[in-house]
Design a protein around this ligand. Structure first.
Ligand SMILES: Nc1ncnc2c1ncn2[C@@H]1O[C@H](COP(=O)(O)OP(=O)(O)OP(=O)(O)O)[C@@H](O)[C@H]1O
Length: 353
């Protein structure tokens, strides 16, 4: 294992990290009171002060009211934001809490509140303080669920939600460096006990990572894997778009009853591109949300066999439903259409989903 010697993040480094957002009109900093987001607030405030121009910064804390200390933590963030000359708002999660899946519901509510706060502040972006360690944990979590290439890309540096860009400027920074930054500046932060509660997956993975790191499977390597896969994923996505335009030349779009793609042309594409096209059309046409990767792979394997056999006499037609879409192979044409409504009883016999 290569030991990482924690280093405070310098102003010069902060300038490089935040530079892509220099021309944003305003930015909401999502600050929970934990070390990562407090360090982000401190660094962004120094960056903004040194610039003497750039986006207006607004600090927002969401009080989920799940722990007795949460209101006090929000007040501590407000106090520090004030000392740094930044406006601060606390938004409370007032919805009824679900009986299960509280962390996921809290996350969903948090992002909705942050997007609302951004719109109100005229901000184009919300910054969260996800670190390289969070990225590595996400990769491990996805690995343990058998994710494919796209899933293993883990968190993107920037994504869009409800017209607001969610940016993660610290995704390449080690958590230990952010803590060293706060230590050096003598700034206090909150410690959320649920971050080490073994009932949750992430804390368990965090513990596991200490052992994995001994074998070289450490946060820098896992985060690097995510970065490399993101590059590959983007390239494959472009190839899939090109292949789709090419297939469109061989027939109408796959929803068209009289058209559809030329099945042999589809089968000649690399398997990964076929899979991406299938997933894309299932998503566009189906009404049940994205198809599961494993199910789409199984369907593609069946299609590949059926297309190979389709030139032979007596080759059967193929009809399968998945994720609310109907995939058919008939007389050399491949179609993906909305699935007809399901029959209440009886044996349909052609359902893959
Ligand atoms: N209650 C909250 N209010 C505002 N922003 C939050 C809140 N919880 C999380 N965030 C944002 O989402 C990011 C990731 O959340 P996560 O739960 O992983 O971090 P955390 O445990 O709150 O600690 P830290 O602040 O050290 O990241 C945070 O860095 C922060 O930017």
């Amino acid at each position: 294992m290569r030991d990482h010697q924690p280093q405070p993040v310098s102003l010069q480094q902060a300038r490089r990290l935040f530079a892509p957002w220099l021309d944003a009109p305003a930015i909401v900093l999502a600050v929970s009171g934990g070390p990562d987001s407090v360090a982000m607030m401190w660094l962004a405030a120094r960056w903004r002060r040194a610039l003497k121009r750039g986006p207006a910064l607004h600090v927002v804390t969401v009080d989920h009211r799940l722990r007795p200390a949460s209101a006090q933590e929000a007040r501590a963030v407000k106090k520090l934001a004030g000392e740094l000359g930044l406006p601060h708002r606390t938004l409370r999660w007032t919805d009824d809490k679900p009986s299960s899946g509280v962390p996921a519901a809290a996350r969903e509510a948090r992002y909705a509140l942050l997007a609302k706060a951004a719109r109100r502040a005229g901000a184009s972006h919300v910054f969260t303080a996800h670190t390289r360690d969070d990225q590595a944990e996400t990769v491990l979590m996805r690995l343990s669920r058998g994710s494919g290439i796209t899933g293993l890309c883990a968190m993107a540096p920037q994504t869009e939600r409800d017209g607001i860009m969610l940016a993660r400027p610290l995704l390449e920074i080690a958590k230990a460096d952010l803590i060293a930054t706060l230590d050096k500046a003598a700034i206090d932060f909150a410690v959320d006990p649920s971050n080490s509660d073994p009932r949750f997956t992430r804390p368990r993975l965090r513990r596991l990572m200490v052992e994995l790191a001994e074998e070289g499977c450490d946060a820098p390597n896992l985060a690097r894997l995510a970065q490399r896969l993101r590059r590959a994923d983007q390239a494959l996505q472009l190839m899939a778009e090109g292949a789709e335009r090419f297939l469109a030349l061989t027939g109408a779009d796959p929803r068209d009853r009289r058209g559809g793609w030329d099945a042999q042309g589809f089968a000649a594409l690399p398997a990964e591109i076929q899979l991406r096209l299938l997933l894309r059309w299932l998503d566009r046409v189906g009404i049940e949300g994205p198809a599961e990767l494993g199910k789409a792979e199984a369907l593609l394997a069946e299609l590949t066999e059926a297309i190979a056999a389709s030139g032979k006499p007596g080759a059967p037609r193929m009809r399968r439903t998945l994720a609310g879409a109907l995939v058919t192979l008939d007389r050399g044409r491949l179609r993906v259409e909305p699935a007809p409504p399901r029959r209440q009883s009886g044996r349909g016999g052609c359902t893959t989903s």
